[in-house]
Design a protein around this ligand. Sequence first.
Ligand SMILES: NC(=O)c1ccc[n+]([C@@H]2O[C@H](COP(=O)([O-])OP(=O)(O)OC[C@H]3O[C@@H](n4cnc5c(N)ncnc54)[C@H](O)[C@@H]3O)[C@@H](O)[C@H]2O)c1
Length: 257
Amino acid sequence: MKTIDLDYENKVAVLTGAASGMGLLASKELAAAGAKVVMCDVDAEALEREASALAADPAVARAGGEAAPCRCDVRRWEDAQAAAALALDRFGRLDLLFSFAGGNEARVCKSPVPFYEQPREVIDWGLDVNLRGPVYMARACMPAMVEQKSGVICLLGSVTGFEGDGNGSMYGTAKSGLFNFAKGLAKAGAPHGVRAFCVSPGPVLTRPGMANIKTLLGRAADPSEIVDFLLYLASGKGAFVTGSNHVVDGGRLCLSL
Ligand SMILES: NC(=O)c1ccc[n+]([C@@H]2O[C@H](COP(=O)([O-])OP(=O)(O)OC[C@H]3O[C@@H](n4cnc5c(N)ncnc54)[C@H](O)[C@@H]3O)[C@@H](O)[C@H]2O)c1
């Protein structure tokens, strides 16, 4: 069977939210394809465990892949700068940025109340992790891409960016902000060979609870169904993709909810 070669060998990728879910899966796929991955996450324990497992994987070593853990809180500008610096110091270039870190503040902060009752800390978490974080990471990583005249920035949106959420209202607000941020990045990057786009999933089975969310196809996505798609877009095969938002939702937005 003919397989598509996405040509990630020796590419240097910075990934946030890399200690679990789709960020971890993308880190594994990239490293197995011979890329050098800077795995960024705020969860230091999970990060060390997953990065060590990846670095010790014989298939990754055979492919020439490498993994470097980077304890990073995307809400902190200094951490974003340190992640970009780690990629450049250790691997000499920076080709790809994937901003996976994110989550619905009502769920992550265990605050299942309507927006008008949310504590300010919960609101801040929702805005800062989902919007400020991707902005800081792009600002920190993009200069190296501009200088080397190539690079790709992949943002993770969500169908909630279209639908809104009465409890985690900052989640939807931030995700729809990323649809627009992809356009701004694309405009700034195009003269310098830098592409940017957003991928917006419907429910994904990184948590069992997502199986209960309705879609036209009657199921949630396997994480690989999202990661395969965005790795295609971020590769040379996706060279004409920039400034756009790509919904991958099993038809959820077709349903009248
Ligand atoms: N799972 C879904 O159903 C779904 C649907 C639509 C969109 N998305 C989006 O896809 C992305 C990945 O989702 P997932 O379910 O794979 O995620 P996940 O919850 O499995 O992992 C998120 C990771 O981000 C890390 N993180 C949290 N705060 C951070 C911070 N301040 N700095 C650095 N890292 C931080 C966490 O420690 C965790 O490892 C998210 O942006 C999410 O909003 C997910």
